[in-house]
Design a protein. Structure first.
Length: 140
């Protein structure tokens, strides 16, 4: 089968992966100050791990590769401890454990992910235009 837009599959997979990354970053930002989750511990920052897969390596020169989310894992960095003896979640020393979420780092991840998303949208638009122009040439 002839693909008119061979790069569309890899672009679609990259869009899906970036959408997942944006959702995880949003969860991290929303829970940046949650000192007690369901398990009684502060929220743990999550991070997305991507994986690149090569499609039909030797059989199709236009196969390219796809990006997918390999897994979402918890960040193993320690929690932040802040001295707040009046806080209901303070330990006997007066320290409250806050999530290991750095809001500035999350914002950088969010900007990078949204830019990657925009770049992939631009690829889809350009590929579509090229396919339409190629079909117009064929009609002449």
């Amino acid at each position: 089968m002839i693909e008119l837009i061979p790069s569309i599959q890899s672009t679609r997979s990259a869009l899906d992966a970036e959408r997942t990354r944006i959702e995880i970053v949003s969860q991290n930002l929303a829970n940046a100050n949650v000192t007690r989750s369901v398990d009684g511990q502060p929220y743990k920052r999550k991070q997305v791990i991507f994986e690149s897969l090569v499609n039909n390596a030797g059989t199709n020169p236009n196969s390219g590769s796809t990006i997918r989310v390999s897994r979402v894992e918890s960040d193993q960095r320690p929690f932040r401890e802040v001295f707040k003896p009046d806080h209901p979640d303070a330990d006997p020393r007066g320290y409250v454990r806050y999530p290991n979420v750095n809001v500035h780092e999350e914002m950088v991840d969010l900007i990078a992910s949204s830019r990657a998303f925009e770049a992939n949208i631009a690829v889809v638009k350009n590929a579509r235009q090229l396919a339409q122009q190629a079909m117009a040439i064929g009609k002449r």
